[in-house]
Design a protein around this ligand. Structure first.
Ligand code: SF4
Length: 292
């Protein structure tokens, strides 16, 4: 497979599912997330400290993703059997380390302290569901043959170009079996068909761009790790990829409309980035103390 293409830095904004999701959820949240250094009211330090806070569901996802990454990297190096006890001891240790971060639930006094055992139990269930799945067995029997070509959470942000526009689509795990490129995305939260399918078509576009592969021979798989292991396999055609490019183009233009300078990615004035009226979005927002 070709190496992943590299890009020179440009300040112009790049589309991503999460960027546009933030943009549609609340324009003010979008401003705080992407334009902290331009804020006339609060220091960038303060905004970025709030932005960096994690939450219990988010952190379970981070821990599970990072441990699966280590697991796949190990499989790439050695075919020795996984020692279950050591593997889960490692998962427990990592959980303890990651729980040292600032959690929004603590910061906003929703809970007094973290229940690390409970968080670990969730991590353990996600991991054991994957390890006991038929897909994992299939990986060991089929995908392992081409392990030298595995792409495991590539470094960087997954930059690509879609119809001449900058976009980010970072895959969890990509590997070839015969002439098909498989892309697996681990999900530790609830299924969200529309959002996740859009994300997966983006990953296919990323793979098609970087590896010059026909979309029809790219198979994205959404792997839900909890409560039980379940998958959704998508088939992506050239017309899906074209439709996706239309969406990226439209959504990018919508976000450009909030830039005073598009090329330099400088935002218009803060007051144009309105606060949402949907109170449930605020209930889980890291920036809620700035909006009271
Ligand atoms: S607290 Fe509500 S209004 Fe303020 S940034 Fe967050 S989602 Fe937007």
């Amino acid at each position: 497979m070709n190496p992943i293409k590299k890009f020179d830095f440009t300040p112009i904004l790049g589309w991503s599912v999460s960027r546009y999701d933030t943009f549609t959820t609340c324009r003010r949240r979008y401003y705080y997330t992407y334009y902290a250094k331009f804020d006339p009211e609060y220091s960038a330090d303060k905004i970025n400290r709030l932005k960096k806070m994690t939450s219990i569901p988010l952190e379970v996802g981070n821990i599970v993703h990072d441990i699966i990454k280590v697991l796949l990297e190990r499989l790439r190096k050695t075919d020795q059997q996984i020692d279950g006890r050591r593997f889960y001891d490692y998962a427990r240790k990592i959980t303890g380390q990651y729980c040292q971060k600032t959690f929004s639930e603590i910061y906003y006094n929703e809970i007094q302290q973290l229940d690390i055992d409970d968080i670990y139990e969730s991590v353990r269930l996600n991991l054991s569901n994957l390890l006991n799945s038929q897909r994992f067995m299939w990986l060991l029997q089929n995908a392992i043959k081409h392990k030298d070509q595995w792409v495991i959470e590539p470094p960087g942000y997954g930059q690509t170009v879609i119809r001449g526009l900058k976009a980010y689509c970072k895959v969890d795990f990509l590997f070839p079996v015969d002439d098909v490129l498989y892309i697996m995305d681990w999900k530790t939260g609830k299924a969200d068909q529309t959002k996740h399918s859009k994300q997966m078509v983006g990953y296919s576009a990323w793979a098609a761009f970087h590896f010059d592969h026909a979309p029809e021979r790219i198979r994205p798989i959404i792997a839900y790790l909890k409560p039980d292991y379940a998958e959704e396999t998508l088939s992506v055609s050239q017309s899906d990829t074209d439709r996706f490019a239309d969406i990226v183009e439209n959504e990018t233009r919508e976000m450009y409309a909030y830039c005073a300078n598009i090329e330099e990615n400088i935002p218009k004035e803060k007051s144009l980035f309105e606060k949402t009226n949907v109170s449930i979005f605020c209930d889980y927002c890291n920036f809620r103390e700035l909006c009271r």
